[in-house]
Design a protein around this ligand. Sequence first.
Ligand code: BT5
Length: 342
Amino acid sequence: MRERILNLLYQRKKKYVSGEELSRKLGISRTAIWKHIQTLKGEGYKIVSQKRLGYSLISVPDLLLPYEIERGLKTKILGKRIYHFREIGSTNDFAIELVRKGIEEGAIVVAETQAKGKGRLGREWSSPFGGLWLSIILKPKILPTQAPRMTVIAALGVAKTIRKLYSLKALIKWPNDVLIRSKVGTIRANGRMRKKGSRVFKKVCGILTEMSAEQDTVNYVVIGIGANLNIDIKKFPIEFRKNTTSIEKELSHKIDRVEFTKRTLEEIENFYLLFKKRGFAPILKEWKKISATLGKGIKAVSGRRIIEGKAIDIDSDGALIIETKEGKQEKILAGDVTLITR
Ligand code: BT5
């Protein structure tokens, strides 16, 4: 109901809609309308009321509220149910609880801040206010070994959104970091001498996919996306700042986080549907086009293996193929990559 009230107020933003009109159009009493308006105000909407004129929507809170994400969202699956928190431990943990209780595919969890944001391999993910901390529940019919494909689909969705909305050159570092070629303000960066104004790759988004599977079927996949949007880099712990950026930092202004969220969901869904229809090949093709890794000198750590060489390909399983100095080809399915040549 509150969503419908908001939609009517939005249609005449900053003008008045009478309580009588709202009550007639929505089929509820004027007292009920008044109560809903109070709740919306409590959530941060600035709505003024004037005795004979009615209600007027003045401004919307800077929050990723479900009403805002749902309005005009062009998806069929993603975001059909939205759970929003001002603060949570980890959106992935909550999404896993939901899916264990039987929630359907496409439900999402969003939070303004996370107290225990999770990176991969037990690492910490810093999640101050201003980012997008999002988990998406999917139930694809894939083999457990193919779950990393879902991460690629999400990384592509985020990178495409950044490119289309802000014309920033977002690239994907294997397997799933989204990087931006960022201007460096200092002369020294990453231990190398750099001219002021030259560019290095910095991480703007990380993805953590968690799943539950039986031997040959996946029960569910939770894709956790952490995107640094309107965040001053100083909000991150000092040890995380060096190779980190945010959209605000790159553009030198804040962006509309709701718009970013909607577009990301739409882009991810498009890639997901493409994957369902045509398989992984077209996804792989798109991924290779915006890879920050291919053709570069890299150091890869995968379990106990450390491999240095040139990243020469990503195969049909999504594995990274590295050619070592000795001319040997090595393949890794999971791990961390550092770019040596840029
Ligand atoms: C990732 O891990 O990149 C996956 C991050 C996934 C976060 C999302 S937020 C929504 C959902 N709910 C969760 O609890 N998690 C997911 P990894 O590749 O392991 O990178 C972690 C490392 O990146 C840390 O050890 C830091 O060095 C660095 N880091 C931490 N916070 C960062 C941030 N906000 N931006 C960039 N780098 C960060």
